[in-house]
Design a protein around this ligand. Sequence first.
Ligand code: IVH
Length: 676
Amino acid sequence: MLDREDCISEISRLREELHRHNFLYYIKNAPVITDAEYDAMLRQLQELEAQNPDLVTDDSPTRRVGAKPLDEFPVFNHSIPLLSLANAFNDGELRDFDIRVRKVIPDVEYNYVCELKYDGLAVALHYENGIFTKGATRGDGFQGEDITDNLRTVRTIPLKLMPEPGIEIPVSLEVRGEVFMTRGSFDKLNENRMNSGEPLFANPRNAAAGSLRQLDSAVTATRKLDFFAYSLPTEIPGVKTHFEAMEYLGKAGFPINEHIKLCSNIEEVIEYCQLWIEKRSELPYDIDGVVLKVNRLSLQEELGAVSRSPRWAIAFKLPSTEVITKLLDIEVSVGRTGSLTPVAILEPKEVDGSVVGRATLHNEDEIKRKDLRIGDHVIIHKAGAVIPEVIAPVTEKRDGSERFFEMPKACPVCGEVVFRPEDEAVTRCTNMECPAQVKERIRHFASRRAMDIEGFGEKIVDQMVEKGLIKNPAQLYELTLDLILPLERMGKKLAEKLIANIAEAKNKDLHQVLFAMGIRHVGEHIAKVLTKQHRTIESLMSATADELQEIKEIGPEVAASVVEFFSHEKNRHIVEKLKGEGVIKEAGDEPEEADSADSEISGKSFVLTGTLPDYGRTEMSKLIESKGGRVVSSVSSSTNYVLAGEAAGSKAEKAKKLGIPIISQEDILKMMGMRE
Ligand code: IVH
């Protein structure tokens, strides 16, 4: 153990090093150490800070993982309002803008800076003595939301400035810019959300906004957000133009976009806009336009603003080219989680630099809403200049030969009957053996929260399925050493370990196996609720939807989904196999969960708010659940209690309004029988 003095100096050394490597990695794109070395250093710092909580500071690199969740964002007053930009939609409107500028400043030479218009969220960042202290959203321009904790998790926002030699940082500094998500990160995020059954984000902008407006910054920390600085409201001696301001920010350690360009007149600006109309899809992030700004700051001041838009800047909105083509057919593809997606097969046409032959139509309702028929002439474009989209049919061109689309009744991949739950837009195949889904189903079955079979990562599962070793989760138990030894990168030791892991993980409670089966809407909690009532799999499989709905907490969606799942012969067959292997036992054999049945909180729902004196949020949630209670995130009339700690905010207010009892840590401990 280090003594206090050593701790202080080691913590400060690690922080300096981590800031430097962060800067080299994220801003300079020139890392000099490996990710593993970085992580090791970060862990060392985390440990030292955990031992010395009083030494934790706001600019510590460990703060990037998120702070404690908030009930609501505090209001942030912008000392200099954030203006918004007027739009120009074509070259003529750009030239008009230039004429207006010239009228106000007739006798001076001026030039423009052109920048991309990043499609994200405007934020204002505040630094005191080079340390990031506060950050806020734009809001209405005067008042935004204080999202400091969330912004700290954005890796490209410097927590501590590392200016180049000769660059002076003022005591107070404000920098503005855009937080956004690259398309690559967006795709990964949506893929993960799809796998865990969460709703998808429509585009990277919504994903960035949703991530930044999380009350729990630990969630924001898991999203890969990015930042470009585009304005410097603080006056800096020697900085006389916007271009110099951008150079200054770059040297101060902020990420600056590489495509910023000086243009000496409006024709050069138009050329720049033209270039990005053509090249926008080559960028790894979405842009929705180009911003042009009069370069000299003194001229910006002279031009001023009208109705909250500056007269010295304008946004050129990039058009998306619309093309007419023919809808030849509508195919249906089956996703990894069983969703059936209609896909438009189009007569291939070039749109904004690439040939488009297919476009997702999302679901049946979308096709009806747009009134698309097979054989129609349709207008297509690229949404966000990237994703092909069918906008509408050209109804005047119909000749009567067009056909309506009908969703198939059978899965196009496995032939099983498909299912569209009431009130849902998506049709699904729920066959556990469907080849389109089998990898995902096995991965879920083996995952930590389900059967918890160690070593069954994505790559192993992919190989086993591709080599035809397993077609459904029950076949995991038929694997032998001889079967898996020929797999790539498989040694005898590993193979033996995998087989042993499968056998070891057999002994699970019925609710875990039920969750592992991947029935839609049957998450961990619902699985427990179902098996509490139906203590054998036979009982559950023979229950009708009405019977299931008699169980508290089971609504029509869950009931329909369970009944539909077990209506498939193939799924019932897999259940039989799992029974034969001893994976499914009678629920009655389970030990009762500790005193959950007779605890006073059993079946009651709780909302947690504020900071409890002795328990963390997760710790208290687990405790409540272990006693049969439920923790929900927002207050509604069906909430039974609001458990409020210190600094409880809007949730406690709402509870008061709805007349829901507000209780303390002491109260709940008594209710759970943990206090006299
Ligand atoms: S300058 C007064 N530059 O566009 C001018 N804005 O209405 C202040 N935006 O939501 C903005 N890229 O977040 C500027 N390179 C850029 C920008 C940019 C995106 C956004 C900004 C705001 C909107 C302006």
